[in-house]
Design a protein around this ligand. Sequence first.
Ligand code: BV8
Ligand code: ZN
Length: 245
Amino acid sequence: MTDIERLGKILAESSSAVFFGGAGMSTESGIPDFRSANGIYNQKLHKTFAPEEMASHNFFMNHPEEFFAFYRERIVYLDAKPNAGHLALAELERRGVLSAVVTQNIDGLHQLAGSKVVYELHGSIRRSFCVKCGAKYDIEFVMENKPVPHCHCGGIVKPDVVLYGENLDDATVANSIRAIARADTLIVGGTSLIVYPAAGLIDYFRGRHLILINKTATRADSDAELVIRGPIGKTLAEAVKEAFG
Ligand code: BV8
Ligand code: ZN
């Protein structure tokens, strides 16, 4: 039995599966990931600051102009489209196979593909808010108001994205843990499982089938029933076809 046939068979017998993903889910949509060779964190973006420093709370507070330049040029890909993997997960939800997508991504592509239950552990570029009065702004406002977007009240408008050194949203974490703890199947893919507390959430899984789909090895491979080393978008699409025609 091929890996795709095995994955298809598991999907066909699952009714509360959860997908846990990261930046590798969107590389087939043209968005670079962070830690692969051509990833964002391996690009020399700034003479003095490392990319991971520029995506931090302290950098946002102390160097807002440079933060927004980095964010607009390196983090936001507004014309990216969902790929076959996003569409496959949305189909699995419609078929009652998948109960939730838990993602570290901030690109909103799962929702654009039609997924309804999506927990965004690190927020979303699509939403922004004023740090002083909480007024909500869309991504267009942030992209157009250079160098630093300000609210009518004078406060800075911050993307609703969890930066390094910032806490995750409690409700999103609680909902993600509940979905993972109840899942019969957990598919982990397109993530290096390096960033915490997000990466720790997969340890709440108590179900039957743990599946890893990732181009490179991760810390969870040894616990997985099935490890597929390949492009996750293509793999998910082929497995859904195998399972449901
Ligand atoms: C927190 C938003 C409590 C911005 C991100 C020192 C000081 C402060 C904190 C820390 C510290 N040391 C450690 C920490 C904790 C820190 C952390 O975990 N750091 C890591 C680097 C060790 N975490 C935090 O700060 C978190 N908050 O701890 O709060 C706190 C409060 C106050 C003070 C202290 C602590 C907040 C973490 C969230 C940070 N924000 N993103 C932005 O987008 O830049 S994290 C960033 O990494 C992205 O969100 C990304 O999603 C996430 C995880 O990366 P991955 O998604 O896994 O992507 P990666 O490139 O790594 O891997 C992709 C994989 O896919 C690869 O393996 C590749 O092979 C594979 N792949 C690629 N293409 C494909 C593929 N596989 C299959 N098919 C393909 N086509
Ligand atoms: Zn305001």
